[in-house]
Design a protein around this ligand. Structure first.
Ligand code: ITT
Length: 201
């Protein structure tokens, strides 16, 4: 039987990617925009805490199982910032262009070998609001920050995130390729494994 799960994110880029990966499974992923859910207060200090907060909030308000994604980019030259604050790096409204402009400015004149960075993603699944054994999966994607934006696919920092193995930015990848290799793709693969075994699929 198809399982209805609320997807606890207001980020359209995440919704696209998570729905695309989970489309192959017997899971109906319902974006939280279909429900009248106010934003959760993300006051955790880790991706894990924030993902749990968002999943619990959505599950509480819908009565459904919930998946949440908390993710961000760690830049080594900036001692791991913006990290959990990635969406709010240039201000509370989460403006991608402003975030990218701020990041390029922070790395102005920094040599390529010092521009290393990685995307982190934590996916959390709760069977219900008070689930004491959440499924928690993590993915990491290594790259470096370019000196200018390139590409139109994806979202967020993708136009600045260069992956040596693909010789292009994440925003220049086909969405299927990004979903196979990205931090989110890796975390979702783990999630599918754990979810399948929990549900005897
Ligand atoms: P929700 O909390 O509603 O899920 P959000 O965008 O605020 O949406 P996060 O707090 O997890 O989510 O912040 C993640 C930010 O990290 C996101 O807004 C991007 O700026 C960046 N990010 C995460 N994954 C990314 C990806 O695959 N490509 C580009 N940027 C990404």
């Amino acid at each position: 039987m198809t399982k209805n799960i609320v997807l606890a994110t207001g980020n359209a880029g995440k919704v696209r990617e998570i729905q695309a990966v989970l489309a192959d499974y017997d899971i109906e992923v319902l974006p939280q925009s279909q429900f009248d859910i106010p934003e959760a207060i993300e006051d955790g200090l880790t991706f894990v805490e924030n993902a749990l907060i968002k999943a619990r909030h959505a599950s509480k308000l819908t009565g459904l199982p919930a998946i949440a994604d908390d993710s961000g980019i760690e830049v080594d030259f900036l001692n791991g910032q913006p990290g959990i604050y990635s969406s709010r790096y240039a201000g509370e409204n989460g403006d991608n262009v402003a975030n990218n402009t701020k990041l390029l400015g922070a790395l102005k004149d920094v040599a390529k070998e010092h521009r290393t960075a990685r995307f982190q993603c934590v996916i959390v699944y709760l069977r219900h609001e008070l689930d004491p054994t959440p499924i928690i999966c993590q993915g990491t994607w290594e790259g470096h920050i370019t000196e200018s934006a390139s590409g139109t696919q994806g979202f967020g920092y993708d136009p600045l995130f260069f992956i040596a193995a693909q010789n292009c930015t994440a925003a220049e990848l086909e969405s299927e390729t990004k979903n196979q290799i990205s931090h989110r793709g890796q975390a979702l693969k783990e999630f599918v494994k754990a979810f399948s075994s929990q549900n005897n699929l």
